[in-house]
Design a protein around this ligand. Sequence first.
Ligand code: ATP
Length: 255
Amino acid sequence: MSNLLEIAGLNKRFGGLQAVDRCELSVREGSITGLIGPNGAGKTTLFSIISGFTKPDSGQIRFGGRRIEGLGAYEVARRGLRRTFQIPRELKEMSVLENLMLVPEGQFGDRLLSVLLPGARVRQEEQVNEAAAREVLETVGLAEKADIAAARLSGGQKKLLELARCLMSRPRLMLLDEPTAGVNPTLIRHLMKVMQKVHASGITLLIIEHNMNVIMELCERVVVLDRGHVIAAGTPAEIQQNKQVLDAYLGGVDA
Ligand SMILES: Nc1ncnc2c1ncn2[C@@H]1O[C@H](COP(=O)(O)OP(=O)(O)OP(=O)(O)O)[C@@H](O)[C@H]1O
């Protein structure tokens, strides 16, 4: 299996803090890869850099064989790489369905050109968009909530909506930032099934997760970050027994 994402020598400093430090990481096409590490290890910063929200100081990122470091978030997303956020970013007053329908880019209806086009074409595109949004809601199990305001969803349901928004554009690679954090155990089970379904549909997943049960069950490969640097990579079983990984976690616990 070839690598869909390859990161080499990546660095990012915030003032006196080296948040990402000579980071080397790869994600195989078609895999579910876990990204773990103690609090403050640099996981979210790494996601922000990969997805074009934060500029790295140096280093290379290849996605599908092409360099993407330094591209903006819009351009990275257009190439098929999307991320979710730890804290869901739904538009609260809009319905769940509308939240999804806003995602696709380059719709005729959005462009100035649409003023010049017959309305029927815009309406036809809206219908296609709505059908796609309903299908995504079906996939994540939110179909019954389509018409309620996003603000009325529970915390766990907002996590599902965040994932659904990411799914709307059918990316090649999805970066999921703590998809199960703050979610009750029943909904965690459901979220895991959704992630497996998304993966089975052909999307590669890189997941930041603190819940080790989720990592162990979902991921075929786990990468461990500590102080911005990758200290280990391997199967979940290998990682569980890695002394350097245990030390990294215990090092963060106050005696
Ligand atoms: N914009 C920023 N400015 C300054 N420091 C930052 C910024 N973003 C992150 N940091 C710092 O960089 C370090 C890495 O943070 P990051 O959020 O990437 O870690 P993390 O591994 O995702 O942590 P957690 O598991 O707690 O979410 C932390 O010390 C954090 O305080």
